[in-house]
Design a protein around this ligand. Structure first.
Ligand SMILES: Cc1cc2nc3c(=O)[nH]c(=O)nc-3n(C[C@H](O)[C@H](O)[C@H](O)COP(=O)(O)OP(=O)(O)OC[C@H]3O[C@@H](n4cnc5c(N)ncnc54)[C@H](O)[C@@H]3O)c2cc1C
Length: 530
């Protein structure tokens, strides 16, 4: 993968931007082995307090509160670090593990597509900003992950419709001293003058402080240009009153406008894709920008990987726009409400309320979970389109606990997980499944083997896969001796089931142990046969 990048970020003194990764994003990164280095560098919060006039009150940024109560994930926390560090860590891993080829100080200027060329139909014209010379790059697909002002989006003539509000917000990363209780929690404060204040501990002992810079404040300082770092520090102190705030140093600060926009399509000509801010922008009020960008990238990457390897049909790529648009539109709709509330105003649906504007946030956030719908029937209570919940299994022999999501790492392959149930009841069905798989027209012999990774999870304990099952296991065996995984996924231990996980961890299909034919139908819609 080659990535032209117009900036040399190592020369930018400092930038903060996104500072929060939410649990589902950390899960997705973990399945790519990227969560651990980010956790090493960042700061974790599990809880948040909300203050009004110096007293602790209910309400506020409730998405940060009591995250330990979250259900079936092991990432019951938010991870905070400056985007600069996130980018450095991910780039380092990409250079090491994925033959990533960055082209620093190279700017994309134009592209053409030759639809008659099946191999590398996209030709991209790139300017080397050091020499002013043009470089040509030929590729199969071009992903415009080039930010809100995306050149790729403009070249593809994709409209970017939406709204922009007059509000301005301040964000600053600083080393501070304060008398606020629990300052290393993800806190928020109602202020009469500066909207709802964000207080977020981040990496290296720094704190992200965010507040609203109203029209009258902008006027007071003679326009946005008059808002210097000193002004931002002074106003932050006013905003936090009656808590005291002392700045020891400031790493970064910005004042910026907010708005919500979405591209009319995330895909053009079957070859050009938009991801992240190039496809959609929203305020940072619910800290979703980088998170949704990661979700876009993970959703698109495995589909492109299967296409580039000649395994998947084109319809798989079409699903990128459908799946992501639904989620992003929900994020944008919620963001319009949240950013209005944070700015200290009621959106139309809450007009007439008298309590502080933070209270309705509780309800709105609950509506903004990223997920996909489905109405497909299933053989377990888990349904296609749901995220596969996480649970401990145990390894053979040592009995070490292993997380299911970690086992199903994202290698752009479908995971076929045989929830084998209790073999006392399911042995015959498992043996029949094994026999069905060996038939020449079985789906495993029809589709390329390297599109799959197999696992078998018996609801039993024992000293060997074959020994426990009474027949040859399907891929690696991990034990669910206490049946909790079967229970969580709603699989009857007397019947078992096969659950297909997409590479990005969403449930693709659930079939009974006798459902090899249904699997063939499912994959016929996705993959090419040999
Ligand atoms: C103050 C602030 C606070 C934020 N807080 C949060 C938060 O807490 N949580 C959160 O999730 N999000 C937050 N966001 C949003 C988040 O920073 C963005 O959503 C995220 O950076 C988008 O990533 P991206 O890769 O899509 O775009 P960008 O980060 O904008 O990256 C695009 C890259 O493309 C390059 N580029 C552009 N045009 C070209 C070209 N023609 N040729 C070559 N290269 C090009 C740019 O130099 C840039 O490096 C915040 C944003 C701001 C401004």
């Amino acid at each position: 993968m080659t990535q032209p990048e117009q900036d040399d970020k190592t020369r930018i003194p400092s930038y903060g931007r996104a500072s929060t990764l939410w649990p589902r994003t950390i899960e997705l990164l973990d399945q790519l082995d990227l969560a651990e280095p980010l956790l090493q560098a960042g700061m974790i919060t599990r809880s948040g307090l909300h203050f009004h006039e110096g007293r602790r009150v209910k309400g506020g940024l409730m998405y940060g509160s009591r995250m330990d109560k979250l259900g079936d994930t092991f990432f019951k926390f938010a991870l905070h670090l400056r985007q600069r560090l996130t980018e450095e860590i991910i780039t380092e891993a990409a250079l090491r593990d994925y033959r990533f080829q960055p082209m620093i100080l190279h700017q994309i200027e134009s592209y053409t597509i030759d639809q008659n060329d099946d191999s590398y139909p996209v030709t991209v014209q790139i300017k080397d900003l050091r020499t002013e010379k043009m470089v040509q790059l030929r590729c199969k697909y071009l992903v415009g992950a080039d930010g809100g002002k995306s050149t790729v989006r403009k070249l593809a003539r994709i409209s970017f419709d939406g709204e922009r509000t007059k509000s301005r917000w301040i964000r600053m990363d600083a080393l501070v001293k304060t008398d606020m209780p629990n300052p290393r929690y993800l806190n928020s404060i109602d202020s009469a003058s500066h909207g709802q204040i964000l207080w977020c501990p981040i990496d290296n002992g720094l704190t992200r402080i965010g507040y609203v810079f109203s029209g009258s404040l902008i006027e007071k300082y003679g326009g946005v240009e008059g808002v210097t770092q000193e002004v931002a520090m002074k106003e932050a102190k006013h905003a936090l009153h009656p808590f005291k705030l002392e700045f020891l140093s400031v790493d970064w600060f910005t004042i910026y406008g907010i708005g919500q926009r979405i591209a009319s399509t995330f895909c053009a000509d079957g070859r050009i894709f938009l991801a992240g801010d190039a496809g959609h922008t929203h305020s940072s009020g619910s800290a979703q920008g980088l998170n949704t960008g990661v979700h876009d990238a993970v959703n698109l990457a495995w589909k492109l990987a299967l296409r580039v390897r000649g395994l998947a049909k084109e319809t798989v790529l079409h699903s990128y726009d459908t799946e992501r648009r639904r989620v992003v539109q929900t994020v944008i709709d919620n963001d319009k409400v949240i950013s209005t509330l944070i700015s200290g105003h009621y959106p139309p649906q809450f007009q007439g309320r008298s309590e502080p504007t933070s209270y309705p946030l509780i309800r709105v956030i609950a509506l903004s979970l990223l997920n996909m719908d489905t109405t497909d029937p299933s053989n377990a209570t888990i349904e296609p389109g749901e995220r596969g919940p996480d649970i401990y299994l145990t390894s053979l022999g040592t009995g070490d606990p292993l997380r299911l999501q970690k086992i199903l790492s994202n290698r752009a392959k479908f995971s076929l997980v045989v929830f084998a149930g209790n073999p006392e009841y399911t042995r015959l069905a498992l043996c029949d499944l094994g026999n069905a798989m060996t038939a020449s027209d079985s789906f495993i012999n029809v589709f390329p083997e390297h599109a799959f990774q197999w696992f078998t999870i018996p609801a039993a304990s024992g000293n060997g896969g074959q020994e426990i099952l009474g027949c040859r296991p399907f891929g690696k065996v991990y034990l669910d001796g206490d049946m909790k995984a079967h229970e969580m996924y709603g699989v009857d231990v007397q019947r078992g089931a096969i659950i297909v996980f997409r590479p990005d961890g969403w449930i693709g299909i659930v079939v009974p142990l006798t459902g090899a034919e249904q699997l063939r139908v499912y994959f016929d819609g996705i993959l090419y046969r040999h």
